[in-house]
Design a binder for this molecule. Structure first.
Ligand code: ARG
Length: 458
């Protein structure tokens, strides 16, 4: 007999039980479901809705059910559909008919919204802490690479040299905004929907604030229809997770490129790479590739959730049961990636010499030659054209700018003097970008300091 079987004359079709059940995945919410029920039953007693004796029995029973689910001893069934009804059924088995008083003044609709928020709250805290570890590993690499000059790219073409420490700190700031987004979303997640009932509230004189406070919420959802029918907090989480995945994926792509023979800028530690079953020489950046690849499923969950909610009339609709798997999978996917990321970054070997050599074999100091001429009074547009000519000449000769003699330089402009040779070295070029946020060593040090201060406050 179903908990709601009273008005039915036939049992549900077995296929329907299987199809509509969510127990296969919402069993993850067991802990939170029981946490919510413990607060609810305490409130029912405090408000004089059930006796102390009944409340105590239910409380004891719920704790036993929690232990049995935790140990795997409890049998969870599709026949009982979801975690809420499974727990209630187990409770009644444990304490008898008095267990049936637990659901007074409550619906599964406000209950499930509560469980989702309790789950997500914990996940947000975990993810913020994992992101912090990734930020730390990037900062450590940044600090260790304040003298490492590498080619900076636009369009994946060598553009201007930058410090590897500058490149690493760029990601620290991206992840900082991700942390801030999660922190900001926390306040919208941290509201209690319990007491909204099925949609309209309840006739019992419950105390919603009491339950909210017991569960550590900052307050209650103000409108009962809204409380049970929106999952915008899930969408917001999935959107934030999508951005985190984007940032991770871009860095992964760079790590894959940098560890190729073509770049040869880094070597990932053996611990974070894998081999080929056929080609003995291979060392593949599988972790970085897979993190990049899993971005697809996170984006997919965001699209899935948005699409599920679109066009749903108020209030609760069974469609909303589809909110769970994507959220769980996103939390687990991100946790897995972030946990691996910090040690993978930390243990990555940076081939400083190769980066430096690459900068010497390109035209990434061309802007500096143009800026040099501007310093001697030439309008920038003109110097840009002159340097274009110099670069073309070098390409035809198989040379780089610093291979030219003073006479050759002067054949393009007699404004060029002996000091040009120092003006075009990678170190000078980098340190000349001495603007706030720029790649000059002291500016990157400033950025690292700022980022470290943010990290301490997270
Ligand atoms: N398993 C359901 C869900 O995840 C719980 C709420 C069910 N409510 C209902 N009226 N059928 O959404």
């Amino acid at each position: 007999m179903k908990l709601w079987g009273g008005r039915f004359t036939k049992p549900t079709n077995e296929l329907v039980d299987e199809y509509t059940a969510s127990i296969y995945f919402d069993k993850k919410l067991a802990k939170y479901d029981i946490q919510g029920s413990l607060a609810h039953v305490e409130m029912l007693n405090v408000c004089g809705i059930i006796s102390k004796e009944d409340a105590d029995k239910i409380t004891e029973g719920l704790k036993k059910v929690a232990a049995k689910i935790e140990s795997g001893e409890a049998e969870l069934s599709a026949e009982s559909e979801d975690i809420h009804m499974n727990v209630e059924k187990l409770l009644i088995e444990e304490v008898g008919p008095v267990g049936g008083k637990l659901h007074t003044g409550r619906s599964r609709n406000d209950q499930v919204a509560l469980d989702m928020r309790l789950y997500l709250r914990v996940a947000l805290v975990d993810l913020i802490s994992l992101l912090g570890k990734v930020q730390e590993s990037l900062l450590n690499q940044a600090k260790a690479n304040l003298d490492t000059v590498m080619p900076g790219y636009t369009h994946l073409q060598r553009a201007q040299p930058v410090l590897f420490g500058h490149h690493m700190s760029a990601y620290v700031f991206m992840f900082q905004r991700d942390v801030e987004r999660l922190q900001d979303s926390f306040k919208r997640v941290n509201k209690s929907p319990l007491g909204a009932g099925a949609l309209a509230g309840t006739t019992f004189p419950i105390d919603r604030e009491f339950v909210a406070e017991r569960l550590g919420f900052d307050g209650i959802c103000e409108n009962s229809l809204d409380a049970v029918s929106d999952r915008d907090f899930v969408v917001e989480f999935l959107a934030n997770a999508s951005l985190i995945s984007t940032h991770l994926s871009r860095l992964c792509e760079e790590m894959v490129q940098w560890s190729s023979a073509e770049f040869n800028f880094i070597e990932l530690d053996d611990e974070f790479t894998t081999g080929s079953s056929m080609m003995p020489q291979k060392k593949n950046p599988d972790v970085a590739e897979l993190v990049r690849g899993k971005t697809g499923r996170v984006y997919g969950h965001l699209m899935g959730m948005l699409t599920t909610l679109k066009g749903l009339p108020l209030a609760y609709n069974k469609d909303m049961q589809e909110d769970k798997e994507g959220m769980f999978d996103t939390v687990e996917t991100l946790k897995g990636a972030l946990a691996l990321f910090a040690p993978m970054i930390e243990s990555m070997q940076v081939k400083k010499e190769n980066m430096h050599q690459a900068v010497k074999e390109d035209f990434s100091n061309a802007t500096d030659l143009a800026d040099y001429l501007v310093g001697k009074g030439m309008p920038f547009r003109e110097s840009h054209a002159v340097v274009g000519q110099v670069v073309l000449h070098c390409i035809n000769q198989g040379q780089y700018l610093l291979d030219l003699s003073l006479e050759e330089f002067q054949s393009f402009s007699n404004l060029i003097e002996e000091d040009i040779f120092n003006a075009l070295t990678p170190e000078t070029v980098v340190n000349a970008r001495n603007v706030a946020g720029g790649t000059a060593k002291n500016r990157v040090e400033e950025q690292i300091e700022k980022a470290s201060a943010y990290l301490k406050e997270n």
